[in-house]
Design a binder for this molecule. Structure first.
Ligand code: ADP
Length: 701
């Protein structure tokens, strides 16, 4: 018998199923092998990471030990007193050796967990300990660090100046305690005191020396001026000239040093007195204006009209600061403009006056701004090599400003310009405003001409809400819109001949001009009577005053129902007004119209004679000096001609107001005389006296 069992043969289906199952098993096996390989790889990676973590931990621990060793060394060798305190203000760590020694602990370990109060007390002044603990509590509560310098008296009698810094110790945004640090600065303090004392004695010495030098300098200058008056050759005159110029600059430098030294040595007193702001400004402007003229710079002054008229303070020192700032503005500006603007922030009895001096000069680099107020400091030396100076002006000015409880600040853009602002509190003694410009409400100024000052003036008027229209020359005004609203005409001219008054009168019969001349190029008496030029530098308040003094304004005031000029009217009376000057005629005519008189004008003796031959007048107002037949001769001819006006009263109008002229006119068949500029009261009396009484209507008397 065979041991082999018989196996029935597999059917084809079974064989196929078996083959499929076998294939499936192989697939699964392959997958498992892949998983095993991946797991093995992961295990290797994990092992590697684990080893890394272990070595990193070891490394960190070694580093931590090192750090803590360094920290300990630092705390051992650091010379100051550092206390690291917990939230209960108990000592945790710090410069233990120093603290133990300073506060009498024999063993550093005794400090641990000691409250700061008990470490400090017993060795130092109790008030100081109390204040220090309070400060520590405050830093704990607020988280805001504190830093100050303290003077501490220890119980052993030693005294120290100490810088104290208290800082919160935070971790993850939470305050864990504070660090209290004291640093002994007694030596530094003593050195600083010595240095200050030395600086004061240096300044005192300089002040004395400068004073001593000034005396002989005055003698040199005085003798130089005397020498100038003697007979000298051209060569000698040149020498004296140079000598005087050099002495002048030397004296200026000595004066600066003297001033600076006095301020620095605190040997300088303020002299307060009442002063008038307008005069102060005029004085300052007069000192600097020629320098601006020499450099052809536009110099304008804007003064807020509402500023008070009288203040109390040291006006001399204010002037000195302003002259310094303006002189610098002119010195450091090659072309363009200088503007002094004066404003104020008022309160009840005092006022913070603000003087801003701006220029379009070379400007100051941002990095130099911090140093320009230091004594003997000049910046941008290469660019300024041709500019004279000592570097003292701004130090003096700032010293003076601060001594007056004010200050000077600066804003500057390099190569564009600078603005120095000087603020000073001043007591008000007369609160009346410098100028009440209510009467200029609704004014419309026509600016004629293209002088460089025109833009600055236009800007000033705009600032005061006065409408402006600019035309390059008067004829261009025909085409502008709103012509009929124009109340004032401002001419910018540099000669009397360039002022086209006749043309203006034709275009704007009711508008009277204000003439603005370049630095005195038109003298007061060069323009027709009653019209005084305003000379550059234009001061806004002077310009506004001139605009308000205008007859045009008188007229509009009357139209508004304001009080009329004359005390009576005489609509039935006819007056002949003779003057060769058209503006004088215009002014006088406007005034006479206030009396409702019928006014006929003549511009020459000849014209007057022709009119007098034809028409009966009640009064003749006759100018004296006229080309052709003058006023005296015209009068004689009217009298001698025996015509209808032979007996008409003739009053001489003259700018020639010297003594004895009245007798002269009376001798020459005139009835009376009235001087120009016309005094309104005198004119009123004169008209009253000479006009036929039956034609006078009393309106308000
Ligand atoms: P200085 O006698 O040299 O003018 P200051 O003390 O008055 O001395 O001025 C110090 C420096 O500040 C000047 O040397 C100049 O470089 C700069 N500075 C002063 N004012 C102006 C200004 N308006 N524009 C540009 N630089 C100025």
């Amino acid at each position: 018998m065979s041991s082999k069992q018989w196996t029935p043969p597999l059917s084809a289906d079974e064989q196929a199923a078996l083959a499929e199952a076998y294939a499936q098993v192989r697939k699964e096996l392959a997958k498992s092998e892949r998983t095993i390989r991946r797991l093995e790889h992961d295990r290797e990676s994990l092992n590697a990471m684990y080893e890394n973590a272990i070595s990193l931990r070891d490394h960190n621990e070694r580093e931590k030990d090192k750090q803590s060793m360094y920290n300990n060394i630092l705390l051992q060798v650091f010379p100051g007193l550092i206390f690291v305190l917990d939230t209960q203000l108990r000592y945790t760590t710090g410069t233990a050796a120093n603290i133990a020694e300073k506060f009498g602990f024999s063993d550093e370990k005794e400090l641990i967990a000691q409250p700061i109060g008990s470490i400090l007390s017993g060795t130092a002044d109790a008030d100081w300990v109390e204040k220090t603990i309070a400060n520590c509590h405050q830093v704990l509560a607020t988280g805001v660090p504190m830093k100050y310098t303290d003077f501490i008296v220890f119980t052993d009698g030693s005294q120290v100046h100490s810088d104290v810094v208290i800082t919160p110790a935070t971790q993850k945004g939470e305050i864990q305690g504070i660090v209290f640090w004291m640093d002994d600065v007694t030596e530094l303090f003593k050195m600083k005191e010595k240095a200050e004392e030395a600086a004061r004695s240096k300044s005192s010495f300089l002040a004395n020396m400068s004073h001593e030098i000034r005396t002989p300098m005055n003698a040199i200058l005085g003798m130089g001026h005397l020498l100038e008056t003697t007979d000298l050759s051209a060569k000698q005159r040149g020498y004296v000239d140079t000598l005087l110029k050099a002495s002048d600059s030397l004296l200026e430098i000595i004066n600066d040093i003297l001033d600076f030294s006095k301020i620095d040595a605190q040997r300088f007193d303020l002299v307060t007195q009442e002063y008038d702001l307008s005069s102060l400004l005029v004085d300052v402007i007069n000192i600097v204006k020629l320098r601006a003229l020499e450099k052809n710079l536009v110099f304008t002054v804007f003064v807020e009209p509402s500023l008070c008229s009288m203040y109390k303070g040291d006006s001399i020192r204010i002037k000195q600061v302003l002259v310094n700032l303006l002189t610098n503005a002119i010195k450091y500006t090659v072309k363009g403009e200088i503007l002094l603007s004066v404003t104020a922030t008022p309160s009840d009895e005092a006022s913070m006056l603000t003087f801003a001096v701006s220029d379009t000069g070379i400007g100051i680099k941002p990095e130099d701004i911090a140093t320009i107020f230091n004594a003997f400091t000049q910046v941008d030396i290469r660019r300024n090599r041709n500019v004279e100076g000592t570097g003292l002006g701004l130090a003096i000015s700032k010293g003076l400003a601060q001594a007056m409880n004010g200050d000077i600040t600066v804003d500057s853009a390099y190569m564009q310009g600078s603005c120095f602002t000087f603020r000073v509190p001043q007591q008000i003694t007369n609160a009346a405003p410098l100028l009440d410009i209510a009467r200029l409400k609704g004014a419309h100024a026509l600016l004629v001409g293209d002088s460089t000052a025109r833009q600055a003036v236009q800007a000033m008027l705009c600032q005061l809400d006065i409408a402006c229209t600019h035309v390059p020359e008067v004829d261009a005004a025909q085409h502008i819109s709103g012509r009929d609203t124009i109340t004032h005409a401002l001419y910018f001219a540099d000669s009397a001949q360039a002022v086209p008054l006749q043309r203006l009168q034709a275009l704007f019969p009711a508008v009277h001009p204000v003439v603005i001349s370049k630095f005195g190029t038109i003298r007061d008496n060069e323009l027709p009577h009653g019209l005084k030029p305003i000379s550059e530098p234009v001061i806004s308040t002077q310009l506004l005053q001139a605009m308000m003094d205008h007859p045009a304004d008188v007229k509009s005031a009357q139209a508004d129902g304001a009080k009329r000029l004359g005390t009576f009217t005489a609509p039935g009376a006819k007056v002949l007004l003779v003057d060769d000057n058209e503006i004088n005629l215009l002014v006088a005519e406007e005034i006479l119209k206030q009396y409702d008189l019928q006014v006929v004008t003549a511009m020459s003796g000849e014209e007057a004679l022709a009119l007098a031959a034809d028409e009966q007048f009640d009064l003749v107002l006759m100018d004296h000096m006229m080309p052709g037949i003058d006023g005296v001769e015209t009068t004689q001819r009217i009298r001698q001609g025996g015509g209808i006006n032979a007996a008409t009263p003739i009053v001489a109008l003259t700018a020639n107001a010297v003594m004895g002229m009245q007798a002269y006119y009376l001798e020459n068949q005139m009835n009376d005389f009235l001087s120009k500029p016309m005094d309104m009261e005198k004119l009123d009396a004169m008209l009253h006296k000479w006009l036929p009484s039956e034609k006078i209507l009393h309106t308000d008397a």
